[in-house]
Each structure stands twice: as C-alpha cells, then as structure tokens.
Design a protein around this ligand. Structure first.
Ligand SMILES: [Zn+2]
Length: 238
C-alpha cells in the first residue's frame, strides 16, 4: 500500500509526542499516513513490549493511520549498519512515501539521534537500484522519498519550520495518553520514570505552545529540514 507520509520512530510513542498533530492534520486532509516503529521500547522503565504494542494500535486508531508496523529492533542496542538499514529500506520501498518524518537529529535518549541518522541513511539508500530487496518474494523497485523532516523531541532544537496543529491539539493529547503505561497514571504502581510525572505532559503542552507562539497560533510542532525547502508563492507562508 502506498503512503503519502511515513513516520519513522525509534520507540512507540516518539511519533505521538513529536508529530502526532501534524499526522492528524494530514490524515484530515485525506493523505495516507503510517508509522514505522523501530523498536518495541522494551527497555523503557514502565510497561512491557506487549502492552506497548496494544497502546500503539490504540494510538494508530485515534490518529487514523493507514499502517503501523514495528521492526522489533533491539531497544537501545540497534545500530546504523547494513542489516538495520536494509529493514528500513524494505519498508520505504513497500510504502513508497513522498515524505518521511524522522526522529530528532539529537536528543536526551541516544536512540533518537541514532534512529534519525539510520532513517536518513536508509531513505537515501532506498533510491539506489543496485541495493536489491524483496517483499513477499517480489523484487522491490528503488524508491527515494522527496523530503525527510525531523520532528523535535525532548531537547529544544530551533525548528526550520513550524506546523500549526491548533485544530488537532486534543487529538495529539488523546494519542499520547493512549500510551497509558508510559505517562502519568496515579493507579500505576510501577517505578516512576522521566516521562511518567504530570509535569511531563505540562512540558509537552508548553513546547507546543512555544512553537505555536513562534508562528502566532496556539499550538505548533517544529521540524528541522535536511535540504532547503522552497515555495513559489509567498502567500503560502503564514
Ligand atoms: Zn523515544
């Protein structure tokens, strides 16, 4: 199935925290969007891989995704090497996205920066026809996404552009709290984590408000680019 946008995320919930407003906005415009999770986040403080897959499915339904797949790479220990690149190349060729949204270029969690480089490299390599891959026994033609944009995660990075997610803020929150095992839940007896305090969700809101404020709207999500983006009508910018 062809997708318009493929979001690649090191952990289930990275996409929801980083760019689910943008995802929901494009789904509402009729675009087909999917998420490729690289790991099951099995080394996270709270939850289990099984719970996180169920939560991912719930978030996928909330966001109206056309596809969600988990490559089950080893959490924390995956590398930017041929074996991992090939798995992502196969997914890119399977979904043929025009745009890929990838992890933050650097962040507190090393998997985010690592996932970012791995995804960027795989997007480029996917366009090299002499790298041969198959899916269900069928040869896959080369495919290179036109753009790779990086969403911003925990650490502040100055965005190259901000997407207005104001009409989709509630949906973003809904998709985040679908990961019940990860975020604030007074009934959860597991050890507290960096992201399980009520303040973490306040921080997510503050970040969205700050990015929104920078373009004079209520809520925004910031992205960095890999190559210069162009317009042919200055009135397209807001
Ligand atoms: Zn993460």
């Amino acid at each position: 199935m062809k997708l318009d946008i493929l979001v690649v995320a090191a952990h289930p919930d990275d996409a929801e925290l980083g760019c689910s407003g943008t995802i929901a906005a494009h789904v509402a415009k009729g675009y087909k969007v999917g998420i490729l999770d690289l790991t099951k986040g099995e080394l996270g403080t709270r939850g289990t891989p099984e719970i996180r897959i169920l939560e991912s499915d719930m978030a996928a339904t909330i966001l109206g995704l056309s596809a969600r797949e988990n490559l089950a790479f080893q959490d924390v220990f995956f590398n930017d090497d041929a074996a991992h690149q090939l798995e992502i190349i196969k997914a890119i060729r399977k979904y043929q996205p025009e745009i890929v949204l990838a992890n933050a270029v650097s962040d507190r969690h090393p998997d985010h920066g690592k996932g970012s480089v791995l995804t960027s490299n795989a997007c480029f390599m996917s366009g090299l026809r002499k790298i041969e891959t198959t899916h269900d026994g069928q040869f896959q033609p080369a495919w290179r996404p036109k753009f790779v944009y990086h969403y911003i995660q925990n650490n502040y990075i100055k965005p190259d552009f901000v997407f207005d997610i104001t009409p989709f803020w509630e949906k973003k929150v809904e998709s985040i709290v679908a990961f019940k095992s990860q975020f604030f839940d007074p009934s959860n007896a597991e050890p507290a984590s960096f992201i399980s305090s009520p303040e973490f969700l306040d921080f997510i809101e503050a970040r969205a408000r700050e990015f929104g404020h920078s373009i004079n709207v209520k809520f925004g999500e910031g992205f960095t680019v890999e190559k210069m983006i162009g317009v042919d009508n200055l009135f397209d910018l807001k």
